[in-house]
Structures are given as C-alpha cells and as structure tokens.
Write a protein that binds this ligand. Structure first.
Ligand SMILES: CC(C)(COP(=O)(O)OP(=O)(O)OC[C@H]1O[C@@H](n2cnc3c(N)ncnc32)[C@H](O)[C@@H]1OP(=O)(O)O)[C@@H](O)C(=O)NCCC(=O)NCCS
Length: 136
C-alpha cells in the first residue's frame, strides 16, 4: 500500500480532479462537471481518497438522517483498485450510518459480490427517470 494515501472528509473538491476520477471508470457524470461538483458539495456524506494531489477514490451519500441513506457514488481509479481502498470507504460508510433502516445502493450486477461482503443484498428493483440534458 502506498504511504502517501490519505482519506479526507470534505465536500468541496476540485472540478478537474472529480472529472478525472469519474472519467477513469467511464462514468457519464464526468460529462457534467458543474453538476458533479454541485452534487458532491451538497451530499450529506463524502469521503475522498488522495495520493498526494491526485483524487483516486470517493464515496458519497445522501441521507434523511434517520431511516434512509443512499450511496450516490463509490469509485476508485482502476490503477488503485483491488488494494483495499473500496473496502475502507464502504466500511466507513457502514459505520457512519449504522442502525439506519435502509442503506441503499444502485449498482451494476457485476458489483453484487462486492456489496454482498458488506451486507447489501438485492431487494426489488430500482427505477430511474433520467434527465441529462444540460450541465448547469
Ligand atoms: C467497486 C470498487 C469501488 C471496489 O473498489 P476496490 O478498491 O477495488 O475494492 P477493494 O480492493 O477494497 O476490495 C474489497 C473486497 O471486495 C472484493 N472485490 C472488489 N471488487 C470486486 C468485484 N468487482 N466483484 C467481487 N468482489 C470484488 C475484493 O476482492 C476484496 O475482497 P476481500 O476483502 O475478501 O479481499 C471498484 O472496483 C470501482 O471503483 N469500480 C468502478 C466503479 C463502480 O462500479 N463502483 C460501484 C458502483 S456504485
């Protein structure tokens, strides 16, 4: 494990760093930098991972503070995956929101096994009403 890696709780993250992170895993959100910055800024929970000045991972969530908490993003740059970073992020999230009635994530089917390790199980379906017309 790289000794320069640090974890931070902060909501205001440089736009270029966010775009680079989201692009690294091929997520469309990277095409909407202003929305992305705003979404992270207004999240109830954000933990970011840095290797010196490079943003290499992030988890974010929105919560009603009592029953429901929804993971909006969890991602690690490919070069840094499979080194335990995702586990540290999701473990911190689970600890922070321990006791909540519903801890929810929408993800792809190939991530089922990863989330199973942290107690998430498939329950019902998720439906989206998408609108990606403009960046702010
Ligand atoms: C999913 C993701 C966050 C995992 O991060 P990571 O840093 O590679 O995960 P870790 O190295 O901490 O792995 C933790 C454990 O999960 C396992 N794991 C990691 N990715 C896995 C996968 N895709 N399928 C099954 N198990 C997986 C690891 O082997 C490890 O198991 P262990 O604790 O028994 O040794 C990362 O692969 C990623 O960013 N993917 C692209 C974005 C994405 O799809 N995010 C999730 C949707 S919200």
């Amino acid at each position: 494990m790289n000794n320069n890696i640090v974890y931070k709780y902060e909501n205001e993250i440089d736009k270029n760093q966010l775009v680079s992170l989201f692009n690294s895993v091929g997520w469309k959100t990277a095409e909407y930098p202003n929305r992305l910055c705003s979404a992270i800024k207004h999240s109830d929970y954000v933990m970011s991972v840095w290797n010196n000045n490079e943003l290499i991972g992030l988890i974010s969530a929105i919560s009603d503070g009592a029953i429901n908490v929804f993971i909006t993003y969890l991602l690690v740059k490919p070069k840094y995956q499979k080194q335990g970073i995702g586990k540290i992020l999701l473990t911190d999230f689970c600890k922070k929101f321990e006791g909540f009635g519903r801890r929810i994530v929408s993800t792809e089917i190939d991530k089922e096994e990863f989330y199973n390790k942290f107690g998430f199980v498939i329950n019902g379906i998720v439906m989206f009403n998408k609108d990606w017309k403009n960046d702010f």
